[in-house]
Design a protein around this ligand. Structure first.
Ligand code: ADP
Ligand code: MG
Length: 262
């Protein structure tokens, strides 16, 4: 056995390179006010196993974005905790945490440069094969190939030559290409058609090495096969389970589903 750099670790810090991607929320509450007034997240308990695909649904204003922002540590919980692989994220060095996350917001920015560079950013370790592999999962490959210069096609900051949905696909590929341990989509597919959104979900779910995925969406039909669906209402997780079990419950999810599938 030879020694290598991995022998030298800061024992007091978790070795983030070995993250599995299990997420656990414990009695999590959050308020935008300093005194715990009008909590936007109220006593949420949630267990996500490594590799699971978990959908978060609920009316707008129910706290979905705030919840995922807490998980990416853009906010600190007012009470309770968030653990990734059993590690309280407020005790993990922020940069090393963010490096493990792939977060796709609703409106991501492109910069002036080629499509390939917009996907791999400045990381030259990512070769074109990897870029294409990510773009395929993100349902971006086909439209990219139809551009004049394929992956070398230049785009501008506003991405004016691209539609909103195409820009979203590029930013999804950008998150996937870094092989994060946890992928978070916050209505990142809002400008996509239903078929593409559903295909992205299915691509992520059918990968051999599944990455833990938290997928916030309005369209319940896209996430019927999720391992778990979390239903939020006014800052509370009011229901959670598989599509089938939630339909049987005939609760909030059932009414949401019925309202979308008349
Ligand atoms: P969703 O993503 O489900 O639409 P949000 O998490 O964005 O819900 O919002 C949940 C609640 O928190 C809403 O009542 C919203 O008005 C409030 N809220 C969101 N962001 C802020 C903020 N930065 N400051 C104060 N209140 C906020
Ligand atoms: Mg939101």
């Amino acid at each position: 056995n030879t020694r290598d750099e991995s022998d030298i670790t800061d024992q007091s810090k978790p070795r983030l390179s070995e993250l599995q991607g299990a997420v656990s929320l414990k009695n999590l509450s959050f308020s935008f006010h300093t005194k715990n007034l009008n909590p936007v997240i109220q006593n949420v308990n949630l267990e996500i196993k490594a590799g699971q695909f978990v959908a978060i649904v609920g009316q707008s204003g129910s706290g979905k974005s705030t919840l995922v922002k807490l998980i990416s540590r853009l906010y600190e919980p007012t009470t309770g905790s968030i653990e990734i692989d059993g590690c309280n994220i407020s005790k993990i060095e922020l940069y090393s945490l963010r490096k493990q996350l792939g977060v796709v917001p609703q409106d991501s920015l492109l910069f002036s440069g080629s499509i390939a560079d917009n996907i791999r950013l400045k990381n030259l370790d990512i070769n074109l094969d990897k870029v294409q592999e990510a773009a395929k999962i993100a349902m971006a490959h086909d439209f990219i190939m139809q551009q004049d210069d394929g992956y070398a096609t230049k785009v501008t900051e506003r991405g004016s030559s691209l539609s909103g949905g195409q820009r979203q696909r590029i930013s999804i590929a950008r998150a996937i290409v870094n092989s994060p341990k946890l992928l978070i989509f916050d209505e990142a597919t809002s400008a996509l058609d239903y078929i593409s959104e559903k295909s992205i979900c299915e691509n992520l779910m059918s990968k051999n090495n599944r990455v833990t995925t938290i997928f916030v969406t309005h369209r319940l039909d896209s996430v019927l096969n999720a391992d778990k669906i979390i239903v939020m209402d006014e800052g509370l997780v009011v229901e959670q389970g598989s599509h089938q079990s939630l339909m049987t419950n005939k609760g909030k999810y059932y009414s949401l589903y019925k309202s979308q599938n008349r």
